[in-house]
Design a protein around this ligand. Sequence first.
Ligand SMILES: Cc1cc2nc3c(=O)[nH]c(=O)nc-3n(C[C@H](O)[C@H](O)[C@H](O)COP(=O)(O)OP(=O)(O)OC[C@H]3O[C@@H](n4cnc5c(N)ncnc54)[C@H](O)[C@@H]3O)c2cc1C
Length: 259
Amino acid sequence: MSTRASQYAARVEHRERLSPHLVRLTLAVDGGFRSTGIPDEWVGLVVPGQFQSRYYTVRSHGDGALVLDVVLHEVGLVTEWVVRDDCVGSEVTVTEPKGSFDPPPEAAWLLLVGDLTALPAMARVAETTTLPTRIWAEVPDDLATYLPPGADVTWLETPAGGSSRLAETVESLDWPEGDGYFWMAGESAQMRAIRKFLMRERRLPASAYDVMGYWRAAAARQPRAVDPGPIWRAGKAQGLSDEQIWAQYDEAQQKTAQA
Ligand SMILES: Cc1cc2nc3c(=O)[nH]c(=O)nc-3n(C[C@H](O)[C@H](O)[C@H](O)COP(=O)(O)OP(=O)(O)OC[C@H]3O[C@@H](n4cnc5c(N)ncnc54)[C@H](O)[C@@H]3O)c2cc1C
């Protein structure tokens, strides 16, 4: 099985500052690009002069326009590029989209939890699902109008210093009765803690949740990015669950950071 993902040429047409830490890019993308329709689908983005990808949720796609909402970290490769004067007009590359959100047929509700990097996916899920949905979003900015009107959202302020408290939040949630689906994404250390909690304390089957480390708060720039695409495809080919695949991705990221 090939582990090479298709790539598409794209051009940054428009940039909009949605909030102090969130920048919307609208790309004109090659006509061959097709959305998977999975609401948390993501693409790899390679910006000019780089070979490493960074991963961004497809906030929307249609009529050749691909919208990505990019979080400004304190430092970072895309973070630094996206605020540059020459960002608009840049030729970039995006990889074919992949999605992970997969509630079981019996799910009667959704719980979505994430930090600012997860907000685009949570917004897309909230816009498209018919299930009752509760959202916890830990963000540093006022983004009250980002989610669809009427969304049942609890806004949590990103703690001073940027360290997330999402794991604590999840551990004290009142869970709805019956079967549902729990989706969470954000800083990887928080995600590892939550996986343990869901398995050991809540004893959820792997099909009832999806917990993804979207980025790592690190003391130094990581020299090599770990591409989730090949890990995803190899995991699927081996019949692994989404949970097992994301745990492998976290592990690979950790090994890379330690190398
Ligand atoms: C499936 C998926 C979907 C995602 N969707 C989105 C999305 O829609 N929007 C979004 O914004 N993000 C999203 N992310 C997260 C995004 O890919 C990461 O946050 C990415 O690392 C950002 O890239 P960057 O080049 O700005 O920062 P990177 O270069 O990757 O750096 C990120 C972090 O590393 C540390 N770091 C890097 N360099 C230094 C340095 N020199 N000194 C100290 N610390 C440093 C900092 O903690 C920094 O905040 C997604 C990730 C995945 C896996």
